[in-house]
Design a binder for this molecule. Structure first.
Ligand code: NAD
Ligand code: UFG
Length: 342
């Protein structure tokens, strides 16, 4: 079966392409490389031994979308990763975020409709739950979706809403995966996360500090009402997350549901300081870090109930936090020695 992966050269997309190819799917990637690198596609081939068919193009461009569906007939499902994802940047440039993440999704659905293609997996986020009362943890998919606290978060909320409407009126079959915090890299360290500039996210900041690219990590707050005062998140290995997409494609072909959402996490929450300690233990390095003030907009704690995914998708996270940190570190070391970036 052939699957179109928009944003397939990106962090989560590239790992998903590897799992799809390894699971026997043919993959076509559409990416404009706005936040990724062409070399990623060569490295995927090194891992899987299979060429990745790709179109360099933009989901907002009708001609690019038509090219994909004409050049590669037989696509049966789409996994839609292509989007901007920086929360802070979205506050500065909301229109760019609404254009890429919302308009891009609308154009993709229109092109799919024209190609008589109805199955789509959407990249959503646990950000749709907002600040969660501790009594609701681990959070289930039945928890209310709340007003977003950034334009980026709002694009995920609106994205789910527009897909729900499209499933009702246009016959689309939709699986929306609400990712918790993806980290780590492929075991080979040939693909991983490629943050542009100073990383916003915890784990790339940790690995860049350990390798000497950053002077020190600032832990954003140690006065939260948690076991050690730092925030709690559900850190999921990107290869586990990738596999959830393969399961979601299988589900789209067997289920009678038109619209389903699933939490994709490990079910376990870790504090920022626990992640730092785990990184030090796994890598045998001492991380230079300090405690700083809270970061505006951070939720105190969130972690997933993954029972629905386990029961209905037949998916469950298998890897540990330690394994994720080990692979993230291997990837950072690979980046330091290879001319990966053009
Ligand atoms: P990423 O930036 O690494 O990957 C996105 C890819 O899409 C990149 O290769 C980029 O070049 C491409 N792209 C962006 N706009 C495009 C467009 N208009 N046309 C074609 N290609 C385009 O991001 P990621 O971390 O892999 O995230 C993938 C998806 O998962 C995004 O939708 C993101 O919002 C969502 N998500 C990510 C996280 C996370 O922490 N990484 C958490 C929740 C949800
Ligand atoms: N953190 C630090 N120092 C840093 C970076 C992060 O202490 O330098 C802390 C944050 O305060 C937070 C935790 O590490 O407590 C995780 O932060 P990330 O930025 O890695 O992840 P977030 O949970 O804030 O954000 C992620 C995605 C967003 C998504 C959000 C949904 O990056 O795209 O989850 O909750 F919207």
């Amino acid at each position: 079966m052939k699957v179109l992966v928009t944003g397939g050269a990106g962090f989560i997309g590239s790992h998903t392409v590897v799992d799809l190819q390894t699971s026997g799917y043919e993959v076509v990637v559409l990416d404009n490389f706005v936040n990724s690198n062409r070399q990623v596609l060569n490295n995927i081939e090194k891992i899987t031994g299979k060429r990745v068919d790709f179109v360099e193009g933009d989901v907002r461009n009708k001609t690019d979308l038509d090219t994909v569906f004409k050049r590669y007939p037989g696509i049966e499902a789409v996994i839609h990763f292509a989007a901007y994802k920086a929360v802070g940047e979205s506050v500065q440039s909301p229109l760019a975020y609404y254009e890429n993440n919302i308009a891009g999704t609308v154009y993709l659905l229109q092109a799919m409709k024209a190609a008589s293609l109805k199955k789509i997996v959407f990249s959503s986020s646990c950000t749709v739950y907002g600040e969660v009362d501790a009594t609701l943890l681990p959070i289930t998919e039945n928890a209310p979706v709340v007003k977003a606290n950034s334009p980026y978060g709002n694009t995920k909320k609106i994205g789910e809403e527009l897909l729900l409407d499209a499933s009702k009126a246009e016959g689309f079959n939709v699986v929306s995966l609400r990712y918790f915090n993806p980290i780590g890299a492929h075991d080979t360290a040939l693909i991983g996360e490629l943050p542009l500039g100073i990383p916003n996210n915890l784990v790339p900041f940790i690995t860049q500090t350990a390798i000497g690219k950053r002077k020190e990590l600032t832990v954003f707050g140690n006065d939260y009402p948690t076991r050690d005062g730092s925030c709690i998140r559900d850190y999921i290995h990107v290869m586990d997350l990738a596999n959830a997409h393969v399961k979601a494609i299988d589900y789209l072909h067997t289920s009678n549901e038109n619209f389903s959402v699933f939490n994709i996490g490990t079910g376990q929450g870790n504090t920022v300081l626990e992640v730092v300690t785990a990184f030090e233990n796994v890598t045998g390095t001492i991380l230079n870090y300090k405690i700083g003030p809270r970061r505006a907009g951070d939720v105190v704690q969130i972690y997933a109930s993954c029972q629905k995914a386990e029961q209905e998708l037949g998916w469950k996270a298998e890897r540990t936090l330690e394994n994720a940190l080990e692979t993230a570190w291997k990837w950072e070391q690979y980046l330091a020695t290879s001319p990966f970036m053009d």
